[in-house]
Design a protein around this ligand. Structure first.
Ligand SMILES: [Zn+2]
Ligand SMILES: [Zn+2]
Length: 697
């Protein structure tokens, strides 16, 4: 007979002589220590490291140390303020470290709240007991119950999706493919409520929380009645250290039954997970861009597999990676073909700007449509993915253009206060006063070149003096809470025209928005990155999806000089699957992902030649390893090349791309290669890093 978990004796702490510890240091590790205290894996310890003391995590209790015992130092303290991290969590961290080719310590420790991994939080009289004890002594915050909200009825497609998800036994990945406004969220909420009712927990990832408080409110209102008050924990990088610690502890102690979070929440130490959801699975923000360069979406699928639970990836424009897996039957596709409110999708109109006289970058068609909607008391959104006043300042007499002295890029003109401007570099943060005259020829007539959101906002103010205009971009929302306040005023109908960057595209359900105008979309079309059209299509579909969500007669006007491009033709018909089919044929014939696997070795140095020389020796080393492994036919190594913006903050950047048809081949090469790269003399002259499955090339 199987014992109930509660009948099992509490695990006895082993008095270990040796412990293997990982630390957050840029060395391979792990490190062995002697330990005179009872300890088990998943516990944190304070250990000496060089001249410092550090918090590390015990990942193994070896019989014997890996090196001479006389050289081994002792653990100073075993921290028992939280329960040891469970084995499945360590297994997950180990997979992430192996897959992304990083030391385990660089995965395990950054996944913990800051105060749980900083020695100072445990030292000195004032810190007695550590941050957890201090937090527990304080009175717990009073949690307010959310107002219970009505549960909407599902349409047939939604109901079928929910039924299939909850019927899944064990691991299975679903691709929930639904047009904007088709009610994917309702499917998540119903499936989540079912998992909770079975006593399980739910992990839900979203690209962004601060910008979409509506989603958090809906989730709380619907799931807290099932999960219990305070049963929803929110984890994202915008939390203060204290807030993050409190939320993390509620997850780790099992008090939170639903975790809603951004990519970092994939490392939440949850037990009894019954469902994992990744909303907007195509969103690039699931990919961490420094340190451990993981994809939270991909890790979610691995974690679901490891825990034996269903994973739901949702999107109106799935990544081609996920789409191909659905086509091959590895994922089960669930389609929501219609808008849940039974309103039709917005009409898309392409305005060919080639022969038109434009008014500050806006076509007569767009301005007429705006006027009509505004007269009809509807809201208008102008989407321009370029913040600032103008992308550069230039001199018409000699051709001088404002350039960053530290980067090979233009400095962007920003309006700081009404009537005052500054030049900012968006790559290194360099700031400069606007010169009174051209530095090259002395001409005083310097002109802004092109348009950013500030300039459009200013010009719209002149064209529509009666309208209330707001701008939402990274500049206007710098202060904490300001984005929420701006969005709230749009929802409250206090704004007539909203100008914004991609920040406005994400998940907002604007009830009264009738028209979306898209300016300068072509800027993204001719990027060197092969994923640029895919990203542009996703972004345009998302922003287009803001129009007419409640009224059903929304319109989207896209201004372009290239209306015949497949991405725009597909947008015209809201035809994701046609676009995906076209893109997949292109990718397959070029053997690009998802039909191959990539890794990127990049290097930075003051001198471009040094960066290139390092990459060249790294390439030679890889060739030598491949010859030994006899695997040359499966892996392609490209030549080192400088990046398009070669210099940023006075560092020159170059990269080397590796491509393979088989994932195991590339993983095996990377493992051997990393060790060799570390011993190259050139590696000490550069900053370098290796990225697996890079999103930007
Ligand atoms: Zn000049
Ligand atoms: Zn710069």
């Amino acid at each position: 007979m199987v014992n109930e978990p509660s009948d099992l004796p509490a695990p006895e702490l082993r008095k270990a002589e040796w412990v293997r510890v990982v630390l957050d240091v840029p060395l391979p590790g792990p490190f062995d220590y002697k330990c005179d205290f009872p300890v088990e894996t998943g516990m944190r310890v304070i250990v000496p490291f060089g001249r410092r003391k550090m918090i590390g995590m015990v990942v193994e209790l070896p019989e014997l140390p890996a090196y001479d015992p006389s050289l081994i130092k002792s653990v100073e303290l075993v921290l028992t303020d939280i329960a040891p991290l469970p084995d499945h969590w360590l297994r997950f961290a180990r997979f992430a470290a192996d897959y992304y080719q990083r030391p385990l310590g660089e995965v395990v420790l950054p996944a913990l709240p800051l105060s749980l991994r900083s020695v100072t939080a445990y030292q000195g009289k004032r810190s007695a007991g550590g941050p957890v004890a201090r937090l527990d002594q304080r009175r717990a915050p009073v949690l307010k119950a959310s107002a219970v909200s009505a549960v909407p009825e599902l349409n047939a497609a939604q109901q079928l999706a929910v039924d299939l998800i909850i019927a899944a036994e064990g691991f299975k990945t679903f691709l929930l493919y639904g047009v904007t406004g088709s009610g994917k969220t309702e499917v998540y909420l119903h499936a989540a409520a079912q998992a909770l009712a079975r006593g399980k927990r739910v992990l839900m990832l979203v690209p962004e929380i601060n910008l979409t408080p509506q989603f958090e409110q809906a989730l709380r209102a619907r799931l807290e009645p099932v999960a219990g008050i305070g049963g929803v924990a929110v984890l994202h990088s915008g939390l203060s250290d204290g807030e993050r610690l409190r939320a993390w502890l509620r997850v780790q102690r099992g008090e939170a039954r639903v975790v809603l979070g951004t990519r970092l929440a994939i490392f939440a130490p949850m037990q009894d997970v019954g469902l994992i959801v990744v909303d907007e699975e195509h969103d690039p923000s699931y990919k961490q861009q420094d340190g451990l360069r993981y994809s939270a979406r991909d890790l979610a699928v691995w974690r679901g597999h490891d825990l034996g639970v269903p994973v739901v990836l949702g999107s109106a424009t799935p990544s081609l990676e996920s789409w191909v897996r659905a086509e091959r039957g590895q994922y089960q596709r669930l389609s929501l073909p219609a808008r849940a409110r039974a309103v039709s999708l917005p009409t898309v109109r392409l305005v060919d700007t080639r022969r038109l006289k434009m008014d500050h970058g806006m076509s007569p068609h767009l301005l007429t449509a705006m006027r009509e909607r505004l007269e009809n008391k509807e809201q208008v959104l102008i989407f321009l993915n370029r913040r600032g006043y103008a992308p550069a300042l230039h001199c018409a007499s000699c051709g001088w253009v404002s350039q960053c002295p530290r980067c090979t890029t233009f400095t962007v003109l920003h309006r700081t206060t009404p009537g005052r401007h500054q030049l900012h570099c968006h790559h290194c943060g360099y700031q400069q006063r606007v010169p009174h005259a051209c530095p090259d020829c002395g001409d005083q007539d310097l002109q802004p070149m092109g348009r950013g959101t500030q300039r459009i906002e200013e010009h719209l103010g002149e064209l529509f003096p009666e309208s209330r205009i707001a701008r939402i971009d990274a500049d206007s929302t710098r202060k904490k809470g300001s984005a929420q306040a701006l969005f709230a005023s749009v929802h409250a109908g206090e704004i007539d025209i909203l100008v914004g960057t991609q920040m406005v595209a994400k998940g907002h359900d604007f009830a009264n928005l009738g028209l979306v105008g898209v300016l300068n979309a072509d800027a993204m079309l001719f990027s060197q990155d092969f994923r640029a059209p895919e990203r542009l299509f996703a972004q345009l579909m998302q922003v287009a999806g803001r129009a007419g969500r409640h009224t059903g007669h929304g319109e989207v006007i896209v201004q372009t000089g290239y209306p015949e491009q497949p991405v725009y033709q597909a947008l015209l018909k809201h035809d994701y699957s046609g676009f995906a089919k076209h893109s997949m044929q292109e990718r397959e014939s070029a053997m690009l992902p998802p039909f191959s696997h990539q890794a990127l070795l990049s290097a930075e140095a003051r001198d471009l030649n040094i960066a290139i020389a390092f990459l060249q020796s790294a390439k030679d080393t890889a060739m030598a390893i491949m010859e030994q492994q006899l695997s040359t036919e499966m892996i392609t190594l490209y030549d080192p090349v400088p990046l398009r913006i070669v210099r940023v903050d006075n560092m020159c950047r170059a990269q080397l791309l590796i491509e393979a048809t088989h994932r195991p081949a590339i993983q095996s090469l990377l493992r051997h290669w990393l060790a060799e790269i570390n011993t190259l003399p050139e590696s000490r002259k550069v900053r370098w890093q290796l990225e697996v499955d890079p999103l930007e090339i």
